[in-house]
Each structure stands twice: as structure tokens, then as C-alpha cells.
Design a protein around this ligand. Structure first.
Ligand code: S3P
Length: 451
């Protein structure tokens, strides 16, 4: 049982949800939950700040609760109130590592990988564990660069959890080339650099840049040179920043489910308020616009260095197929299941390549995404890193579709629900409580639009 879970009043949802009808036309305004990447980053950075930090609109999902619980176990004061979360710390190097400490990262790759970057500074052993899905995921991608700083690790099986971290007080800065386009790897190294004396240099393939923006906002010595496909990042370690207040905008990855729902519904319009539209996250908007979607931004502003806007979306009758440019992959990495669904409704063949990273997520999403389309009667051609989707604007589902055994991947559940509501047919969706990982208000919002 998660310590903080009782504050959230979640209802246990164990029975599958059955959807038998398409959604009817709607015209509504909604707010989606706070951004997951920013909520976890705020908590981890607040644990390194001297004094009190407060976050408003923090995402109250299991991934974030796991982060707060890990910090509590490290001796950091964490209070989750109705309107904000407060973290109080003595600053850099102030974790208290108890003997045989075990930290549970739950389902969260972001938490598991980023927190190791902070733990490498402590001599005492810390063991990181995770749930079934996280225990299948690769940690070599952070262990290899963090070893270069001077930390050691023990793991049983091929760089998978559980991983034991044996840090050191005398880490040396490194030069590191991040070539997967993974913000988790880049950020893990950035967090290790935060408290390592000297200058760490990172050459990183483009990926979401929330950590860089937060470092700048906190005046941590960082320089970022943006090149065409890489960024060059330099960080000087050892700077003690103060506690800070932060307002977390809504999550574009959560908004994406409602963007696609509206796009594929009939005669509908939706406004989603105060969404983070960081350019490194809006790949879904760029791709859907290329496919003919009517999406616009209103009330643009900047909050704590992050771009925020209301997103307006209207239903579209004609969807064009796409040959998706590879350079948009990292900007849309969490949204491809939805993009595949849109491609299934397009008039022609769409193709997506260089996407092997999708099989490294909470479940093998490239494989499972293809299987779900096949269940709907859509032909696909799948390789290890690419998919071709033979779209059909008139898809009709005649069989019963069961979505089961998907490692409780929150995004598989929600994409399936959007498919059921827009394609039609009889769908039985198991493990609805998977939404608590990233988007606890998902079903409430669906019900709001179905009224
Ligand atoms: C995240 C980065 C992405 C993304 C994940 C969140 C982050 O993973 O899939 O949901 O907050 O840094 P990778 O960096 O491994 O691509």
C-alpha cells in the first residue's frame, strides 16, 4: 500500500469496462491532470534545494506518489495537502540512507532512472525495485554513464531491476554521448552532475528538455547549445539553490487522448486548458496537423520557463495518411499508440520508422499497438523498429475485442478506450485502474464528455 494513497480517495476498479457505443457529438472545455515529467522532476529537484519548495497542480498519480514515497524514505520531509505539495530539504547531499534501504519506483521508468542519478553520491548501498513492468526494462542506459562518474552497481539479470547502487563521495565529472534521444538518460546524468564538482559535458540527441529548463530556472550553472539534431549541455556541479515554488501545467501526453477522441468523434469540439506545449513535447500536434487535424493554441504564456496554452480541437472527417518524419519521434514518443489509431482511420497507408524505443516502454508498445489495430481488422506490417498501417476510414468492428494482459500499461488501456469510443464495436477493457499511473481523472473526463 502506498503511504500517500489514502489522501487521494481512489476507488478500486477491478472489473473490466465494457464499451458498446461510439461517443456522441460534444462541445466542452476540460482540464487534464498535471504533467508527469514535470511533477517528478519538481519533486527530485525540490529534494536537493535548501529550504521549502511548494508545487501547485502536482499530478496525484501512482508514479508521482512513488517519487514522494522514495524521497520520504530518504529522510526528506514531504507533505501532500489538498492544494499543493510541500517538500523541505537541507539541500545537496542531505539524503539519510538507512541500512539496507529499498526504494520502490513502482511502474515509473522516469523515477527509477532519474533518482539513481541522485543516489550515486552516497557510499551506502541503496536497492531500487519496481513492479513487473519496470522490472522488465533496461537500466544499462543509465548504469553505464553513471559508472563513468565512479559509482558501482549490482544487478542480477542483464541490467534489470532490482539494482543496487553503491555510490561514492568522490565522483568525477564525465563526457557523455546520449544517442537514444532519451530524456530519462540525459536527466539521470544531469542530476548526477548537479552535485559533482567540475564540469560535466553531455552531447544528447534531441529529447524533452524539462530538466534543462528547470536547471536554468533555478540558476544552476548550465549552458545548452542547440544544434540541428543534438544539444550540447555543460553543467558545473556543486551549486546550492534555494527552495522554490512551482505551478505544474497540464500534461500534453494525457491531453493527447482527448485530442484524438475529439478528432475522430463526429461534429465535436474541445478546449483543453493550460497545457504544457513545450516544443520538445508537441510532436503529436505536428503529426496530426500533417494528417489534416484542426488544432490550434490560444492564450499562450510562459510559466517558470515552460510554454503553456489552451488547446482547441475540432473533429475531422478526412484523415490523410502520413510517412512520419523520424525527427518527430522523440517529440511524440508517448503518443504513438494514439497516432497509430489515427493512421488506422486514414485514407491510405501510413508508415513509421526508427521506433524501436517504443518497445522499451511500460509494455512493448510497437508490438501491442499493432496487435490492437489487427484486432480492429486493420492490416499492419511490423518490424523490430517500424510499422506500416493500412488505414480504412470505414472500419467496422464486428467481433468482441478484449484488451487484457498488457502489463497494465496505462497508455494501452486509455488508447483502447479511445478506439472503442471512436471506432465502435463491443470492447471489454481489463485493468482500468492502470490509469492511476499517469492520469487518474481519465475516466471522469470521459464520462463528462459522454453526458
Ligand atoms: C520521460 C521520457 C520518455 C517518456 C517517459 C517520460 C521523462 O522516456 O517515454 O514517459 O519524463 O523524461 P525516454 O526518455 O526513455 O524516451
Amino acid at each position: 500500500m502506498h503511504i500517500l494513497e489514502t489522501h487521494l480517495g481512489w476507488v478500486n476498479m477491478t472489473n473490466p469496462i465494457v464499451i458498446k457505443e461510439k461517443i456522441k457529438p460534444f462541445n466542452k472545455t476540460i482540464h487534464v491532470n498535471g504533467d508527469k515529467s514535470l511533477s517528478i522532476r519538481w519533486a527530485l529537484l525540490a529534494s536537493q534545494a535548501k529550504g521549502k519548495s511548494k508545487a501547485y497542480n502536482i499530478l496525484r498519480s501512482l508514479d508521482v506518489i512513488s517519487a514522494l514515497n522514495c524521497l520520504k524514505k530518504l529522510g526528506i520531509k514531504v507533505v501532500l495537502k489538498k492544494n499543493y505539495c510541500e517538500i523541505e530539504s537541507s539541500g545537496l547531499n542531505s539524503f539519510k540512507i538507512k541500512k539496507n534501504l529499498i526504494l520502490d519506483a513502482g511502474n515509473s521508468g522516469t523515477l527509477g532512472r532519474l533518482i539513481i542519478g541522485l543516489l550515486v553520491h552516497y557510499n551506502n548501498k541503496v536497492k531500487i525495485i519496481g513492479d513487473e513492468s519496470l522490472s522488465k526494462r533496461d537500466f544499462s542506459r543509465v548504469i553505464i554513464p553513471l559508472k563513468k562518474f565512479g559509482a558501482s552497481f549490482k544487478y542480477k539479470d542483464k541490467f534489470k531491476l532490482p539494482v543496487e547502487v553503491y555510490g561514492s563521495k568522490n565522483l568525477k565529472p564525465i563526457k557523455y554521448f546520449e544517442n537514444k534521444g532519451s530524456a530519462q538518460c540525459k536527466s539521470s546524468v544531469m542530476l548526477a552532475a548537479l552535485n559533482t564538482k567540475g564540469e560535466t559535458y553531455i552531447k544528447a540527441k534531441k529529447s524533452r528538455d524539462h530538466t534543462e529548463i528547470l536547471f536554468k530556472y533555478l540558476k544552476i550553472p548550465i549552458s545548452v547549445k542547440k544544434k540541428k539534431s543534438f544539444d550540447e549541455i555543460k553543467i558545473k556541479g556543486g551549486y546550492q539553490f534555494k527552495g522554490f515554488n512551482y505551478r505544474i501545467p497540464s500534461d500534453i501526453s494525457s491531453s493527447a487522448f482527448f485530442i484524438v477522441l475529439t478528432l475522430l468523434a463526429k461534429q465535436s469540439k474541445l478546449t483543453i486548458k493550460n497545457v504544457n506545449i513545450n516544443p520538445s513535447r508537441i510532436g503529436i500536434i505536428i503529426i496530426l496537423k500533417k494528417m489534416g487535424a484542426k488544432i490550434s493554441f490560444q492564450n499562450k504564456k510562459i510559466h517558470n520557463g515552460e510554454k503553456v496554452a489552451d488547446i482547441i480541437i475540432k473533429s475531422t472527417k478526412k484523415i490523410k495518411p502520413i510517412k512520419c518524419p523520424k525527427n518527430l519521434n522523440s517529440q511524440a514518443i508517448d503518443e504513438f499508440l494514439l497516432i497509430f489509431l489515427v493512421a488506422a482511420k486514414a485514407e491510405g497507408i501510413s508508415s513509421f520508422s526508427d521506433l524501436s524505443e517504443l518497445n522499451q516502454k511500460e509494455s512493448p508498445r510497437l508490438i501491442l499497438g499493432s496487435k490492437i489495430l489487427n484486432k480492429m481488422g486493420i492490416k499492419t506490417i511490423l518490424t523490430k523498429s517500424s510499422i506500416k498501417i493500412f488505414g480504412n476510414p470505414n472500419i467496422k468492428v464486428t467481433n468482441i475485442i478484449k484488451i487484457k494482459d498488457y502489463l497494465k500499461d496505462h497508455r494501452i488501456f486509455m488508447m483502447s478506450m479511445i478506439s472503442a469510443l471512436t471506432i465502435g464495436g463491443y470492447w471489454k477493457l481489463y485493468d482500468p485502474d492502470s490509469i492511476r499511473t499517469s492520469f487518474p481523472s481519465f475516466l471522469k473526463l470521459i464520462n463528462k464528455l459522454r453526458k
